[in-house]
Ligand binder design. Structure first.
Ligand code: PAF
Length: 274
């Protein structure tokens, strides 16, 4: 595995792979890798001749400075976990990525007006900026994103469409802890007690898919009521929406439930299909 820190070295490595006739799978990450990331990296390895993993805590997508500072940075351990699962690891500095200042403005329309959008102003534009740059530098055949960040996945599909890129976006299922909590780099910031409490998020959402004579209103009210019973939680939103448009829906057919909830000072997101 080759570790590169500059765009120039990344492009050279990519050129070499392409000259060898290899297809490339890109897995963009912010590091602090867990089994969810490793499942993306493995899948990229199964479907491509070569795998590039990027590790970059992208300041431009953080609207909350405290969150950016607290975000775990574990490059050495990440590289060890990747081992021989990737051919190239791209781990640049912010100066390298933003040698050209990030002034791009993307319009994701109604997709960014809901859920994470209003809660985290500028977040999706920041994601669009970094992902577009990574796509330009790596020119992957396929790129892998976890379904935990479901709205991000749809935003990236929109980015690909509006920029006319040929990269295939591959969504990968949420990987859960044995207790049901969706794997996330932010889980590292939970205390052992909070980690157990946080398992209730998935338990409650799952139960909300199985209510008798279920409706959107009933499922939403159930989640809101059950989350409110747990003192460690503060619910930011629970939205049930059409899973393609993320706009509100009055039927559970083709619907997804998306949650953002604070557990102490850690913000967790998760989702479930109805
Ligand atoms: O999902 C993430 O970890 C990030 O948003 C991504 C896609 C790597 C862009 O920084």
């Amino acid at each position: 595995m080759l570790i590169v820190n500059t765009v120039k070295a990344l492009k050279e490595a990519v050129l070499q792979l392409k000259n060898d006739g290899k297809t490339i799978g890109l897995v963009p990450t912010m590091g602090a890798l867990h089994d969810g990331h490793l499942s993306l990296i493995r899948r990229a390895g199964e479907e491509n001749d070569a795998v590039v993993v990027s590790i970059f805590v992208n300041p431009v997508q953080f609207n909350n400075q405290a969150d950016l500072i607290a975000y775990p940075r574990t490059l050495e351990a990440d590289v060890e976990k990747i081992g021989d699962l990737a051919d190239v690891v791209f781990a640049p500095s912010a100066e390298e990525v933003y040698a050209v200042p990030p002034t791009e403005k993307y319009d994701f329309g109604a997709l960014e007006q809901v859920m994470e959008g209003p809660q985290r102003p500028g977040h999706f534009n920041g994601v669009g900026i970094i992902v577009k740059r990574l796509f330009d530098w790596t020119t992957p055949d396929r790129a892998y994103f976890g379904e935990k960040d479901y709205q991000q996945l749809l935003i990236i599909r929109s980015l690909v469409k509006q920029c006319g890129l040929s990269v295939q976006i591959v969504p990968c299922p949420i990987v859960r802890e044995p207790n049901g909590l969706a794997m996330s780099s932010r889980n590292k910031r939970l205390s052992p007690a909070q980690f157990e409490v946080a398992a209730n998020i998935h338990r409650i959402m799952l139960a909300s898919t199985q209510l008798p004579d279920n409706t959107v209103a009933k499922a939403k009210a159930y989640v809101e009521k059950e989350i409110a019973k747990i003192s460690e939680f503060e619910l930011e939103y629970y939205a049930i929406a059409d899973k393609d448009s993320l706009q509100s829906t009055d039927t559970l057919n083709n619907a997804i439930g998306c949650i953002a909830v604070w557990c102490g000072d850690v913000r967790l997101i998760d989702n479930i299909m109805y």
